[in-house]
Design a protein around this ligand. Structure first.
Ligand code: SAH
Ligand code: SF4
Length: 393
């Protein structure tokens, strides 16, 4: 029996399928230069178009300072973005916005915008699903889909910058803490960091970009040679192999001591302190023993520990510890000489919940919070895409 909403090829239109136009940001600079030259447009026109894209223009028609004829030619050749927003959810009285995007091919990914007084941060996805499969993580629960292309990562940032610009805000920070393991998709992630930090594009300083990894050691080492001053975050969650093998299964290949040595190699080379993430799981990694082991592992290192209260995920055996227990753990680390912060509730809800809008959307059959048309009658297509994205994955 076919999947809900899957089209039967024998009954589909006889017309040839329309070739999908490339998204503008998927085309190399050299190819764009050639295209503009072939269409008798001065190079500054390309810069103008890119500036509109960077400001989040939804169509070529909005690019008012581009001649009408060129806009029509651009529209015939390219799409402004390859991402289709299909669900949106606000939290924290509107300070947090999660958007679910459908990618070419039907997979879906989430991006989360968090607004603070002095900055606006985007939590971005690098893969549809994640092959690492940590047992406490919503993303790790559904089957791996695919790597995102650099333009698909950049397009999440562009769309978020546009959302914020409409409110008079600027996208200032990007954290790769959405769906996926960025270092399994290393080349596209690094490419996207270079693009996002390009002053002709979004111009976000690499210093304000955080790459969070579960610990792919060769890629941590490779990062040193990129000479990109990004912040490295390492999802530690346990300081001994026996426990980390379970919580972060990639540890079986890349053990925790070697990982910390590689991460500190980056700290030494870049002069930037490494942020170690520790999701607090009650009775699992918040004991005195854990605090003692973590203190011993990181003492004297250019490091910072970020304690993340566990954000509940259905069908997992884990629970968040009480506030008191989190504070006790924090104090034990401070006493051991570490720099420690506890991520605030909002951060927890937004950062750690990546993967959960996707899950909620799929469980609701794709009808909840449909983007732009809550409960509308034409929701079938988006519904089937989200559901088949899951079944295809
Ligand atoms: N794959 C990368 C980046 C995405 S996950 C990584 O693991 O680092 C971003 C952070 O959210 C990681 O530290 C991850 O362990 C944490 N996280 C995942 N699920 C969570 C949950 N349910 N509650 C709290 N933190 C979670
Ligand atoms: Fe993947 Fe990170 Fe989730 Fe682990 S925590 S499954 S590495 S996204």
């Amino acid at each position: 029996m076919g999947r809900m909403g899957a089209k039967d090829p024998s009954t589909s239109s006889l017309a040839e399928p329309q070739p999908v136009k490339p998204a503008l940001l998927s085309v190399s600079n050299a190819d764009l230069d050639s295209w503009f030259a072939e269409h008798r447009a001065e190079p500054y026109r390309l810069r103008q178009v890119m500036s509109w894209v960077g400001r989040g223009a939804g169509s070529f028609d909005e690019m008012r300072d581009i001649p009408q004829a060129l806009r029509a030619e651009l529209d015939a050749a390219f799409r402004v973005s390859s991402l289709r927003p299909i669900a949106r959810s606000d939290a924290d009285s509107g300070l947090t916005t999660k958007t679910l995007y459908e990618l070419d091919g039907g997979h879906t990914v989430e991006a989360v915008v968090m607004r603070y007084t002095d900055r606006s941060t985007l939590c971005i996805s690098s893969q549809a699903g994640c092959p690492v499969g940590c047992p406490f993580c919503a993303t790790g629960k559904f089957p791996f889909g695919r790597n995102l292309r650099a333009n698909e990562i950049e397009e999440q940032a562009v769309a978020s910058a546009a959302l914020l610009a409409a409110e008079g805000r600027r996208l200032s920070h990007v954290v790769f803490m959405g769906m996926g393991e960025p270092f399994v998709n290393y080349a596209a992630v690094i490419d996207s960091v270079r693009r996002m930090s390009d002053p002709g594009r979004l111009g976000i300083s690499p210093r304000r970009i955080v790459l969070s990894t579960s610990g792919i050691i060769p890629r941590v080492e490779q990062l040193v040679s990129e000479k990109l001053p990004v912040t490295l975050a390492v999802s530690l969650h346990a300081a001994r192999d026996e426990l980390r093998d379970v919580l972060v299964p990639i540890n079986r290949k890349y053990p925790v001591r070697d990982l910390v040595a590689a991460a500190q190699g980056y700290a030494t080379a870049s002069g930037r302190r490494v942020s170690y993430e520790w999701v607090m799981l009650d009775g699992v990694n918040n004991t005195e023993r854990d605090a003692h082991e973590l203190g011993a592992l990181l003492k004297g290192k250019l490091a910072h520990v970020n304690l993340i209260p566990f954000n509940p995920v259905d069908d997992t055996p884990y629970h968040a510890p009480s506030r008191n227990s989190i504070n006790r753990f924090k104090e034990a680390l401070v006493a051991a000489g570490l720099n420690v912060t506890v991520r605030d509730t909002r951060g927890r809800e937004a950062d750690a919940a990546c993967g959960q809008l996707h899950e909620r959307w799929a469980r609701a059959g794709g009808r909840a919070e449909r983007f732009g048309d809550p409960g509308g009658s034409d929701s079938g297509e988006a519904t089937s895409s989200a559901v088949s994205a899951l079944s295809d994955a």
